[in-house]
Design a protein around this ligand. Sequence first.
Ligand code: SAM
Ligand code: SF4
Length: 511
Amino acid sequence: MNTDMKKKMSAPHVTRHSVRASAIIRSDQIHRYMDHGRDFIQDDLIWEKIHKQKNPDPVRIRDIIQKSLTIQTLNPDETAALLNVKDKDLWQEMRGAAIEVKKRVYDNRVVTFAPLYCSNLCINNCLYCGFRSENKAVQRRMLTQAEVRRETEVLAGEIGHKRLIVVYGEHPKTGLDYMIETIRTIYDVKVKTYKGTGNIRRVNVNAAPLSIDDLVRLNGSGLGTYQVFQETYHHETYRKLHPVNTVKGNYAWRLYSLHRAQEAGVDDVATGVLFGLYDWRFELMGLLYHARDLEQKMGVGPHTVSFPRLEAAINTPFIDKTPYRVSDEDYKKILTVIRLSIPYAGMIITARETPEIIREMIPMCTQRDASSRIGVGAYSDPYEKQEAHRQQFILGDTRSLDEVIRELAQMGYITSFCTAGYRCGRTGKRIMDLLRSGREGQFCKLNAVLTFREWLDDFASEETKKAGETVIQKEMEEIKNRCPSVYSKAICRKLDSYYDLIKKGDRDLYF
Ligand code: SAM
Ligand code: SF4
Protein backbone atom coordinates (compact mmCIF):
# COMPACT_ATOMS: atom_id res chain seq x y z
CA MET A 1 0.00 0.00 0.00
CA ASN A 2 1.46 3.41 -0.91
CA THR A 3 1.60 6.37 1.52
CA ASP A 4 -1.39 8.15 0.02
CA MET A 5 -3.49 5.08 0.36
CA LYS A 6 -2.36 4.59 3.99
CA LYS A 7 -3.30 8.19 4.76
CA LYS A 8 -6.70 7.64 3.24
CA MET A 9 -7.21 4.45 5.23
CA SER A 10 -6.63 6.21 8.53
CA ALA A 11 -9.08 9.05 7.93
CA PRO A 12 -12.24 8.77 10.06
CA HIS A 13 -15.20 6.87 8.57
CA VAL A 14 -13.82 7.03 5.10
CA THR A 15 -11.47 4.90 3.41
CA ARG A 16 -11.94 1.23 4.02
CA HIS A 17 -15.35 1.80 2.52
CA SER A 18 -14.48 4.24 -0.21
CA VAL A 19 -11.73 1.94 -1.47
CA ARG A 20 -14.27 -0.84 -1.50
CA ALA A 21 -16.81 1.37 -3.29
CA SER A 22 -14.46 2.03 -6.13
CA ALA A 23 -13.73 -1.68 -6.38
CA ILE A 24 -17.42 -2.54 -6.56
CA ILE A 25 -18.96 0.22 -8.62
CA ARG A 26 -18.51 -0.03 -12.39
CA SER A 27 -19.19 3.36 -13.90
CA ASP A 28 -19.53 1.87 -17.40
CA GLN A 29 -22.46 -0.14 -16.01
CA ILE A 30 -24.18 3.08 -15.01
CA HIS A 31 -23.47 5.38 -17.93
CA ARG A 32 -24.61 2.98 -20.64
CA TYR A 33 -28.22 3.45 -19.50
CA MET A 34 -28.12 7.21 -19.08
CA ASP A 35 -29.39 9.80 -21.55
CA HIS A 36 -26.59 12.23 -22.42
CA GLY A 37 -25.00 11.63 -19.04
CA ARG A 38 -28.22 12.27 -17.07
CA ASP A 39 -30.30 9.79 -15.15
CA PHE A 40 -34.06 9.65 -15.60
CA ILE A 41 -34.91 11.52 -12.40
CA GLN A 42 -34.91 15.27 -12.99
CA ASP A 43 -35.82 16.76 -9.65
CA ASP A 44 -36.90 20.17 -10.95
CA LEU A 45 -39.00 18.71 -13.72
CA ILE A 46 -40.81 16.43 -11.27
CA TRP A 47 -41.70 19.34 -9.01
CA GLU A 48 -42.74 21.40 -12.01
CA LYS A 49 -45.14 18.65 -13.08
CA ILE A 50 -46.58 18.26 -9.59
CA HIS A 51 -47.19 22.02 -9.33
CA LYS A 52 -48.60 22.30 -12.84
CA GLN A 53 -51.28 19.71 -12.14
CA LYS A 54 -52.74 21.48 -9.09
CA ASN A 55 -56.57 21.31 -8.84
CA PRO A 56 -57.14 18.82 -11.65
CA ASP A 57 -60.49 18.75 -13.39
CA PRO A 58 -62.59 15.74 -12.21
CA VAL A 59 -63.44 14.94 -15.83
CA ARG A 60 -59.76 14.58 -16.61
CA ILE A 61 -59.23 12.40 -13.52
CA ARG A 62 -62.01 10.10 -14.69
CA ASP A 63 -60.34 9.84 -18.12
CA ILE A 64 -57.07 8.90 -16.43
CA ILE A 65 -58.88 6.27 -14.37
CA GLN A 66 -60.27 4.81 -17.60
CA LYS A 67 -56.74 4.56 -18.98
CA SER A 68 -55.59 2.67 -15.86
CA LEU A 69 -58.49 0.29 -16.26
CA THR A 70 -57.13 -0.68 -19.68
CA ILE A 71 -53.89 -1.67 -17.86
CA GLN A 72 -51.72 1.02 -19.44
CA THR A 73 -48.88 2.71 -17.58
CA LEU A 74 -49.73 6.35 -16.92
CA ASN A 75 -47.52 9.21 -18.03
CA PRO A 76 -45.96 11.60 -15.48
CA ASP A 77 -48.55 14.36 -16.03
CA GLU A 78 -51.35 11.89 -15.39
CA THR A 79 -49.80 10.57 -12.18
CA ALA A 80 -49.13 14.14 -11.04
CA ALA A 81 -52.80 14.96 -11.62
CA LEU A 82 -53.95 11.96 -9.55
CA LEU A 83 -51.80 12.80 -6.58
CA ASN A 84 -53.12 16.35 -6.58
CA VAL A 85 -56.75 15.33 -6.16
CA LYS A 86 -58.29 17.00 -3.11
CA ASP A 87 -61.91 15.91 -3.32
CA LYS A 88 -62.71 13.01 -0.94
CA ASP A 89 -65.37 11.51 -3.19
CA LEU A 90 -62.99 11.50 -6.13
CA TRP A 91 -60.44 9.65 -3.98
CA GLN A 92 -63.15 7.09 -3.26
CA GLU A 93 -63.69 6.68 -7.01
CA MET A 94 -59.96 6.24 -7.46
CA ARG A 95 -59.89 3.64 -4.71
CA GLY A 96 -62.74 1.75 -6.42
CA ALA A 97 -60.85 1.83 -9.72
CA ALA A 98 -57.62 0.70 -8.08
CA ILE A 99 -59.42 -2.30 -6.62
CA GLU A 100 -60.94 -3.03 -10.01
CA VAL A 101 -57.50 -2.86 -11.69
CA LYS A 102 -56.14 -5.39 -9.23
CA LYS A 103 -59.15 -7.64 -9.87
CA ARG A 104 -58.76 -7.44 -13.64
CA VAL A 105 -55.08 -8.34 -13.56
CA TYR A 106 -54.81 -10.63 -10.52
CA ASP A 107 -58.42 -11.60 -9.69
CA ASN A 108 -58.96 -12.33 -5.96
CA ARG A 109 -55.55 -13.88 -5.37
CA VAL A 110 -53.09 -12.88 -2.70
CA VAL A 111 -49.60 -14.38 -2.59
CA THR A 112 -47.91 -14.83 0.77
CA PHE A 113 -44.23 -15.00 1.59
CA ALA A 114 -41.82 -14.52 4.49
CA PRO A 115 -38.61 -12.54 4.81
CA LEU A 116 -35.51 -14.47 5.83
CA TYR A 117 -32.79 -12.23 7.24
CA CYS A 118 -29.50 -13.99 6.62
CA SER A 119 -27.15 -11.32 7.89
CA ASN A 120 -27.16 -7.87 9.45
CA LEU A 121 -23.48 -7.16 8.77
CA CYS A 122 -23.25 -3.95 6.81
CA ILE A 123 -20.56 -1.60 5.57
CA ASN A 124 -23.04 1.14 4.75
CA ASN A 125 -24.33 3.77 7.06
CA CYS A 126 -27.85 4.65 5.98
CA LEU A 127 -29.06 7.08 8.61
CA TYR A 128 -32.50 5.48 8.94
CA CYS A 129 -31.46 1.82 9.26
CA GLY A 130 -30.84 -0.13 12.44
CA PHE A 131 -28.18 -2.18 10.63
CA ARG A 132 -26.02 0.84 9.71
CA SER A 133 -22.35 0.26 10.43
CA GLU A 134 -22.12 2.93 13.12
CA ASN A 135 -24.98 1.49 15.16
CA LYS A 136 -23.28 -0.23 18.05
CA ALA A 137 -26.60 -1.16 19.71
CA VAL A 138 -27.21 -3.93 17.17
CA GLN A 139 -25.66 -7.35 17.65
CA ARG A 140 -24.11 -8.48 14.38
CA ARG A 141 -24.73 -11.93 13.09
CA MET A 142 -24.59 -13.86 9.82
CA LEU A 143 -26.22 -17.26 9.55
CA THR A 144 -24.11 -20.32 8.86
CA GLN A 145 -25.45 -22.67 6.19
CA ALA A 146 -26.64 -25.02 8.94
CA GLU A 147 -28.57 -22.13 10.46
CA VAL A 148 -30.05 -21.18 7.09
CA ARG A 149 -31.19 -24.79 6.81
CA ARG A 150 -32.80 -24.68 10.28
CA GLU A 151 -34.59 -21.43 9.52
CA THR A 152 -35.88 -22.89 6.24
CA GLU A 153 -37.08 -26.04 7.97
CA VAL A 154 -39.29 -23.93 10.23
CA LEU A 155 -40.53 -21.75 7.38
CA ALA A 156 -41.26 -24.58 4.94
CA GLY A 157 -42.01 -27.39 7.38
CA GLU A 158 -43.89 -25.76 10.25
CA ILE A 159 -45.38 -22.54 8.93
CA GLY A 160 -45.85 -23.70 5.35
CA HIS A 161 -44.27 -20.97 3.28
CA LYS A 162 -43.33 -21.66 -0.34
CA ARG A 163 -41.74 -18.29 -1.09
CA LEU A 164 -39.08 -16.34 0.70
CA ILE A 165 -37.42 -13.01 0.29
CA VAL A 166 -33.88 -13.40 1.52
CA VAL A 167 -32.38 -10.23 2.97
CA TYR A 168 -28.71 -9.33 3.43
CA GLY A 169 -26.82 -6.26 4.55
CA GLU A 170 -23.96 -5.28 2.26
CA HIS A 171 -20.71 -6.79 3.47
CA PRO A 172 -17.76 -8.69 1.97
CA LYS A 173 -18.43 -11.63 4.28
CA THR A 174 -21.94 -11.98 2.86
CA GLY A 175 -21.09 -11.18 -0.75
CA LEU A 176 -22.14 -13.02 -3.87
CA ASP A 177 -20.72 -16.44 -2.94
CA TYR A 178 -22.50 -16.39 0.39
CA MET A 179 -25.77 -15.35 -1.25
CA ILE A 180 -25.56 -18.15 -3.79
CA GLU A 181 -24.77 -20.68 -1.11
CA THR A 182 -27.70 -19.61 1.04
CA ILE A 183 -30.09 -19.78 -1.93
CA ARG A 184 -28.91 -23.30 -2.75
CA THR A 185 -29.25 -24.36 0.88
CA ILE A 186 -32.81 -23.05 0.98
CA TYR A 187 -33.89 -24.87 -2.20
CA ASP A 188 -32.30 -28.03 -0.89
CA VAL A 189 -34.49 -28.28 2.22
CA LYS A 190 -37.36 -30.77 2.03
CA VAL A 191 -39.46 -31.36 5.15
CA LYS A 192 -42.05 -34.04 5.76
CA THR A 193 -45.43 -32.44 6.46
CA TYR A 194 -48.75 -33.81 7.65
CA LYS A 195 -49.74 -35.12 4.22
CA GLY A 196 -46.87 -34.32 1.89
CA THR A 197 -43.58 -32.45 1.69
CA GLY A 198 -42.81 -28.84 2.45
CA ASN A 199 -40.19 -26.93 0.49
CA ILE A 200 -39.38 -23.43 -0.69
CA ARG A 201 -40.14 -23.09 -4.39
CA ARG A 202 -39.15 -19.51 -5.00
CA VAL A 203 -36.35 -17.51 -3.42
CA ASN A 204 -36.46 -13.78 -4.05
CA VAL A 205 -33.53 -11.63 -3.00
CA ASN A 206 -33.33 -8.18 -1.43
CA ALA A 207 -29.69 -7.23 -1.57
CA ALA A 208 -27.28 -4.52 -2.54
CA PRO A 209 -26.85 -3.50 -6.19
CA LEU A 210 -24.52 -5.84 -8.08
CA SER A 211 -22.55 -5.76 -11.31
CA ILE A 212 -23.87 -7.48 -14.42
CA ASP A 213 -21.38 -10.36 -14.06
CA ASP A 214 -22.44 -10.96 -10.48
CA LEU A 215 -26.08 -10.78 -11.43
CA VAL A 216 -25.56 -13.42 -14.11
CA ARG A 217 -24.15 -15.71 -11.42
CA LEU A 218 -26.89 -14.89 -8.93
CA ASN A 219 -29.51 -15.60 -11.57
CA GLY A 220 -27.93 -18.99 -12.20
CA SER A 221 -28.54 -20.01 -8.59
CA GLY A 222 -32.30 -20.12 -9.11
CA LEU A 223 -33.04 -16.52 -8.15
CA GLY A 224 -36.70 -15.52 -8.28
CA THR A 225 -37.18 -11.75 -8.16
CA TYR A 226 -34.27 -9.38 -7.58
CA GLN A 227 -35.39 -6.53 -5.37
CA VAL A 228 -33.59 -3.25 -4.73
CA PHE A 229 -35.40 -0.28 -3.22
CA GLN A 230 -34.15 3.12 -4.32
CA GLU A 231 -35.15 4.38 -0.82
CA THR A 232 -35.54 7.97 -2.08
CA TYR A 233 -35.47 9.22 -5.64
CA HIS A 234 -34.63 12.77 -4.53
CA HIS A 235 -30.93 13.30 -5.27
CA GLU A 236 -30.15 15.71 -2.47
CA THR A 237 -32.00 13.71 0.18
CA TYR A 238 -30.27 10.57 -1.03
CA ARG A 239 -26.91 12.29 -0.62
CA LYS A 240 -27.73 13.38 2.93
CA LEU A 241 -28.89 9.95 4.08
CA HIS A 242 -26.21 7.79 2.44
CA PRO A 243 -22.74 9.03 3.29
CA VAL A 244 -20.76 9.61 0.14
CA ASN A 245 -17.85 7.49 1.33
CA THR A 246 -20.01 4.35 1.40
CA VAL A 247 -20.92 2.09 -1.51
CA LYS A 248 -24.56 2.98 -1.09
CA GLY A 249 -23.60 6.63 -1.38
CA ASN A 250 -23.62 6.23 -5.17
CA TYR A 251 -27.17 7.09 -6.25
CA ALA A 252 -26.81 6.08 -9.88
CA TRP A 253 -25.23 2.68 -9.11
CA ARG A 254 -28.40 1.89 -7.20
CA LEU A 255 -30.79 3.55 -9.65
CA TYR A 256 -29.62 1.34 -12.51
CA SER A 257 -29.31 -1.89 -10.51
CA LEU A 258 -32.53 -3.24 -12.01
CA HIS A 259 -31.48 -2.29 -15.55
CA ARG A 260 -28.28 -4.26 -14.97
CA ALA A 261 -30.27 -7.18 -13.59
CA GLN A 262 -32.42 -7.27 -16.70
CA GLU A 263 -29.35 -7.08 -18.91
CA ALA A 264 -27.94 -10.00 -16.90
CA GLY A 265 -31.01 -12.07 -17.74
CA VAL A 266 -32.95 -11.65 -14.49
CA ASP A 267 -36.56 -11.64 -15.65
CA ASP A 268 -38.31 -10.27 -12.61
CA VAL A 269 -37.04 -7.13 -10.93
CA ALA A 270 -38.65 -5.23 -8.08
CA THR A 271 -38.41 -1.65 -7.04
CA GLY A 272 -39.54 0.33 -4.03
CA VAL A 273 -39.40 3.52 -2.02
CA LEU A 274 -38.88 3.86 1.69
CA PHE A 275 -41.62 6.36 2.40
CA GLY A 276 -40.75 8.92 5.05
CA LEU A 277 -37.39 10.08 3.75
CA TYR A 278 -38.72 12.76 1.41
CA ASP A 279 -42.03 14.17 0.12
CA TRP A 280 -44.28 11.24 -0.85
CA ARG A 281 -45.60 12.98 -3.97
CA PHE A 282 -42.10 13.31 -5.38
CA GLU A 283 -41.31 9.68 -4.53
CA LEU A 284 -44.43 8.47 -6.32
CA MET A 285 -43.31 10.30 -9.44
CA GLY A 286 -39.88 8.73 -9.03
CA LEU A 287 -41.40 5.25 -8.97
CA LEU A 288 -43.33 6.00 -12.13
CA TYR A 289 -40.28 7.35 -13.96
CA HIS A 290 -38.36 4.24 -12.89
CA ALA A 291 -41.05 1.90 -14.23
CA ARG A 292 -41.23 3.83 -17.50
CA ASP A 293 -37.47 3.86 -17.98
CA LEU A 294 -37.31 0.08 -17.43
CA GLU A 295 -40.16 -0.37 -19.90
CA GLN A 296 -38.54 1.88 -22.49
CA LYS A 297 -34.93 0.73 -22.23
CA MET A 298 -35.25 -2.89 -21.11
CA GLY A 299 -38.64 -3.80 -22.58
CA VAL A 300 -40.35 -4.66 -19.32
CA GLY A 301 -41.23 -2.77 -16.15
CA PRO A 302 -41.01 -3.84 -12.52
CA HIS A 303 -42.53 -7.17 -11.56
CA THR A 304 -43.47 -5.76 -8.17
CA VAL A 305 -43.40 -2.44 -6.37
CA SER A 306 -42.88 -2.07 -2.62
CA PHE A 307 -43.78 0.93 -0.51
CA PRO A 308 -42.54 0.39 3.04
CA ARG A 309 -42.93 3.22 5.52
CA LEU A 310 -40.08 4.18 7.74
CA GLU A 311 -40.31 2.26 11.03
CA ALA A 312 -38.72 2.84 14.40
CA ALA A 313 -35.37 1.10 14.79
CA ILE A 314 -33.17 0.70 17.82
CA ASN A 315 -30.78 3.60 18.46
CA THR A 316 -31.79 5.37 15.25
CA PRO A 317 -32.66 8.96 16.13
CA PHE A 318 -33.09 10.05 12.50
CA ILE A 319 -36.52 8.42 12.47
CA ASP A 320 -37.93 10.87 15.03
CA LYS A 321 -36.46 13.83 13.22
CA THR A 322 -37.62 13.38 9.64
CA PRO A 323 -40.39 15.84 8.67
CA TYR A 324 -41.62 13.48 5.95
CA ARG A 325 -43.25 10.70 7.98
CA VAL A 326 -46.30 9.54 6.03
CA SER A 327 -49.71 9.58 7.76
CA ASP A 328 -52.16 6.69 7.34
CA GLU A 329 -54.34 8.86 5.17
CA ASP A 330 -51.51 9.75 2.79
CA TYR A 331 -50.30 6.15 2.81
CA LYS A 332 -53.64 5.01 1.45
CA LYS A 333 -53.39 7.63 -1.28
CA ILE A 334 -49.91 6.43 -2.17
CA LEU A 335 -51.07 2.86 -2.71
CA THR A 336 -54.05 3.99 -4.75
CA VAL A 337 -51.90 6.10 -7.07
CA ILE A 338 -49.30 3.35 -7.51
CA ARG A 339 -52.03 0.86 -8.39
CA LEU A 340 -53.48 3.21 -11.00
CA SER A 341 -50.12 4.41 -12.39
CA ILE A 342 -48.37 1.05 -12.91
CA PRO A 343 -51.42 -1.18 -13.25
CA TYR A 344 -49.67 -4.41 -14.25
CA ALA A 345 -47.18 -4.47 -11.36
CA GLY A 346 -47.57 -6.66 -8.30
CA MET A 347 -47.89 -4.59 -5.11
CA ILE A 348 -46.37 -5.80 -1.86
CA ILE A 349 -47.75 -4.65 1.48
CA THR A 350 -45.78 -5.90 4.44
CA ALA A 351 -46.14 -6.76 8.10
CA ARG A 352 -44.50 -3.44 8.91
CA GLU A 353 -48.10 -2.15 8.65
CA THR A 354 -50.83 -2.81 11.21
CA PRO A 355 -53.56 -5.40 10.56
CA GLU A 356 -56.09 -2.54 10.18
CA ILE A 357 -54.18 -0.83 7.38
CA ILE A 358 -53.44 -4.12 5.63
CA ARG A 359 -57.10 -5.13 5.81
CA GLU A 360 -58.12 -1.88 4.17
CA MET A 361 -55.46 -1.90 1.45
CA ILE A 362 -55.17 -5.60 0.59
CA PRO A 363 -57.93 -5.33 -2.06
CA MET A 364 -55.49 -3.42 -4.29
CA CYS A 365 -52.35 -5.38 -3.34
CA THR A 366 -51.09 -8.72 -4.63
CA GLN A 367 -48.65 -9.92 -1.99
CA ARG A 368 -48.10 -9.77 1.73
CA ASP A 369 -45.81 -11.46 4.23
CA ALA A 370 -47.02 -13.28 7.32
CA SER A 371 -45.57 -15.02 10.38
CA SER A 372 -42.63 -12.74 9.70
CA ARG A 373 -39.61 -12.37 11.94
CA ILE A 374 -36.92 -9.94 11.06
CA GLY A 375 -34.24 -10.86 13.56
CA VAL A 376 -31.33 -12.83 12.14
CA GLY A 377 -32.00 -16.44 13.16
CA ALA A 378 -35.36 -15.58 14.71
CA TYR A 379 -37.48 -18.37 13.20
CA SER A 380 -35.59 -21.26 14.70
CA ASP A 381 -34.41 -19.57 17.87
CA PRO A 382 -37.47 -18.53 19.92
CA TYR A 383 -35.27 -16.52 22.28
CA GLU A 384 -34.44 -14.27 19.36
CA LYS A 385 -37.88 -13.57 18.11
CA GLN A 386 -38.81 -10.40 19.96
CA GLU A 387 -35.37 -8.98 20.46
CA ALA A 388 -34.95 -5.46 19.16
CA HIS A 389 -31.18 -5.56 19.16
CA ARG A 390 -31.02 -7.98 16.26
CA GLN A 391 -34.01 -6.66 14.34
CA GLN A 392 -33.86 -4.00 11.71
CA PHE A 393 -37.07 -2.36 12.89
CA ILE A 394 -40.30 -3.26 14.72
CA LEU A 395 -43.19 -5.06 12.96
CA GLY A 396 -46.82 -3.90 12.99
CA ASP A 397 -48.55 -7.20 12.19
CA THR A 398 -47.16 -10.23 14.02
CA ARG A 399 -50.07 -12.59 13.30
CA SER A 400 -49.37 -16.11 12.09
CA LEU A 401 -49.73 -17.23 8.48
CA ASP A 402 -52.69 -19.36 9.60
CA GLU A 403 -54.52 -16.36 11.08
CA VAL A 404 -53.72 -14.19 8.07
CA ILE A 405 -54.93 -16.80 5.59
CA ARG A 406 -58.13 -17.31 7.58
CA GLU A 407 -58.85 -13.61 7.53
CA LEU A 408 -58.13 -13.39 3.80
CA ALA A 409 -60.47 -16.33 3.14
CA GLN A 410 -63.18 -14.70 5.24
CA MET A 411 -62.76 -11.60 3.08
CA GLY A 412 -63.16 -13.71 -0.08
CA TYR A 413 -59.49 -13.90 -1.11
CA ILE A 414 -57.68 -17.05 -2.07
CA THR A 415 -54.10 -17.37 -0.89
CA SER A 416 -52.00 -18.60 -3.76
CA PHE A 417 -48.79 -20.51 -3.18
CA CYS A 418 -48.35 -20.90 -6.90
CA THR A 419 -44.82 -20.56 -8.21
CA ALA A 420 -45.54 -22.39 -11.45
CA GLY A 421 -45.41 -19.35 -13.73
CA TYR A 422 -41.73 -18.94 -13.09
CA ARG A 423 -40.91 -22.55 -13.60
CA CYS A 424 -42.77 -22.65 -16.93
CA GLY A 425 -40.98 -19.57 -18.22
CA ARG A 426 -43.99 -17.32 -17.67
CA THR A 427 -41.79 -14.50 -16.41
CA GLY A 428 -40.47 -11.10 -17.50
CA LYS A 429 -41.99 -9.74 -20.70
CA ARG A 430 -44.07 -12.86 -21.28
CA ILE A 431 -45.80 -12.58 -17.94
CA MET A 432 -46.30 -8.84 -18.38
CA ASP A 433 -48.05 -9.38 -21.71
CA LEU A 434 -50.13 -12.16 -20.18
CA LEU A 435 -51.01 -10.01 -17.18
CA ARG A 436 -51.99 -7.02 -19.27
CA SER A 437 -54.27 -9.21 -21.37
CA GLY A 438 -55.68 -11.03 -18.34
CA ARG A 439 -54.54 -14.41 -19.72
CA GLU A 440 -51.97 -15.21 -17.02
CA GLY A 441 -54.83 -15.12 -14.54
CA GLN A 442 -56.38 -18.19 -16.17
CA PHE A 443 -53.43 -20.39 -15.23
CA CYS A 444 -53.09 -18.70 -11.88
CA LYS A 445 -56.68 -19.36 -10.91
CA LEU A 446 -56.19 -23.10 -11.39
CA ASN A 447 -52.84 -23.19 -9.65
CA ALA A 448 -54.12 -21.09 -6.76
CA VAL A 449 -56.80 -23.70 -6.07
CA LEU A 450 -54.29 -26.56 -6.20
CA THR A 451 -51.64 -24.92 -4.02
CA PHE A 452 -54.20 -23.64 -1.53
CA ARG A 453 -55.56 -27.19 -1.17
CA GLU A 454 -52.02 -28.41 -0.45
CA TRP A 455 -51.52 -25.79 2.21
CA LEU A 456 -54.88 -26.36 3.88
CA ASP A 457 -54.16 -30.07 4.16
CA ASP A 458 -50.62 -29.67 5.44
CA PHE A 459 -50.73 -26.65 7.72
CA ALA A 460 -54.16 -25.15 8.42
CA SER A 461 -55.96 -25.12 11.74
CA GLU A 462 -59.50 -26.53 11.62
CA GLU A 463 -61.02 -23.06 11.62
CA THR A 464 -58.84 -21.87 8.75
CA LYS A 465 -59.51 -25.04 6.79
CA LYS A 466 -63.22 -24.37 7.02
CA ALA A 467 -62.89 -20.79 5.79
CA GLY A 468 -60.46 -21.89 3.06
CA GLU A 469 -62.69 -24.64 1.77
CA THR A 470 -65.55 -22.19 1.24
CA VAL A 471 -63.25 -20.13 -0.98
CA ILE A 472 -62.04 -23.19 -2.89
CA GLN A 473 -65.59 -24.25 -3.54
CA LYS A 474 -66.44 -20.83 -4.96
CA GLU A 475 -63.32 -20.86 -7.16
CA MET A 476 -64.14 -24.32 -8.48
CA GLU A 477 -67.65 -23.18 -9.36
CA GLU A 478 -66.31 -20.14 -11.22
CA ILE A 479 -63.88 -22.33 -13.15
CA LYS A 480 -66.61 -24.81 -14.06
CA ASN A 481 -68.88 -21.95 -15.15
CA ARG A 482 -66.16 -20.85 -17.60
CA CYS A 483 -65.85 -24.31 -19.08
CA PRO A 484 -65.57 -24.68 -22.07
CA SER A 485 -65.57 -20.95 -23.02
CA VAL A 486 -62.36 -20.11 -21.14
CA TYR A 487 -61.14 -23.48 -19.84
CA SER A 488 -61.35 -26.46 -22.16
CA LYS A 489 -63.06 -29.63 -20.97
CA ALA A 490 -59.65 -31.34 -20.90
CA ILE A 491 -58.29 -28.67 -18.55
CA CYS A 492 -61.28 -29.00 -16.24
CA ARG A 493 -60.84 -32.79 -16.14
CA LYS A 494 -57.14 -32.36 -15.42
CA LEU A 495 -57.94 -29.92 -12.61
CA ASP A 496 -60.27 -32.46 -11.01
CA SER A 497 -57.71 -35.22 -11.24
CA TYR A 498 -54.86 -33.05 -9.87
CA TYR A 499 -57.14 -31.93 -7.05
CA ASP A 500 -57.89 -35.51 -6.06
CA LEU A 501 -54.23 -36.49 -6.23
CA ILE A 502 -53.30 -33.56 -3.99
CA LYS A 503 -55.92 -34.58 -1.47
CA LYS A 504 -54.21 -37.97 -1.36
CA GLY A 505 -50.81 -36.40 -0.66
CA ASP A 506 -49.27 -35.66 -4.08
CA ARG A 507 -47.56 -32.27 -4.18
CA ASP A 508 -46.44 -29.60 -6.64
CA LEU A 509 -48.84 -30.39 -9.49
CA TYR A 510 -49.47 -27.37 -11.66
CA PHE A 511 -50.59 -26.03 -15.03
N1 SAM B 1 -28.74 -3.85 2.43
C1 SAM B 1 -29.58 -3.96 1.31
C2 SAM B 1 -30.03 -2.62 0.83
O1 SAM B 1 -29.94 -1.66 1.58
O2 SAM B 1 -30.50 -2.56 -0.27
C3 SAM B 1 -30.78 -4.81 1.52
C4 SAM B 1 -31.26 -5.05 2.89
S1 SAM B 1 -32.04 -3.69 3.67
C5 SAM B 1 -32.15 -4.42 5.23
C6 SAM B 1 -33.68 -3.78 3.01
C7 SAM B 1 -34.52 -2.54 3.07
O3 SAM B 1 -34.86 -2.22 4.40
C8 SAM B 1 -33.87 -1.28 2.60
O4 SAM B 1 -33.86 -1.22 1.21
C9 SAM B 1 -34.74 -0.21 3.25
O5 SAM B 1 -35.73 0.27 2.36
C10 SAM B 1 -35.43 -0.93 4.39
N2 SAM B 1 -35.23 -0.24 5.67
C11 SAM B 1 -34.08 0.20 6.20
N3 SAM B 1 -34.31 0.84 7.37
C12 SAM B 1 -35.64 0.81 7.59
C13 SAM B 1 -36.50 1.32 8.62
N4 SAM B 1 -36.03 1.98 9.66
N5 SAM B 1 -37.83 1.12 8.49
C14 SAM B 1 -38.33 0.45 7.44
N6 SAM B 1 -37.57 -0.05 6.44
C15 SAM B 1 -36.24 0.13 6.51
FE1 SF4 C 1 -27.06 -1.61 5.29
FE2 SF4 C 1 -29.20 -1.89 3.72
FE3 SF4 C 1 -29.43 -1.04 6.27
FE4 SF4 C 1 -28.35 0.55 4.48
S1 SF4 C 1 -30.48 -0.22 4.46
S2 SF4 C 1 -27.52 0.16 6.52
S3 SF4 C 1 -27.29 -0.89 3.18
S4 SF4 C 1 -28.74 -3.03 5.60
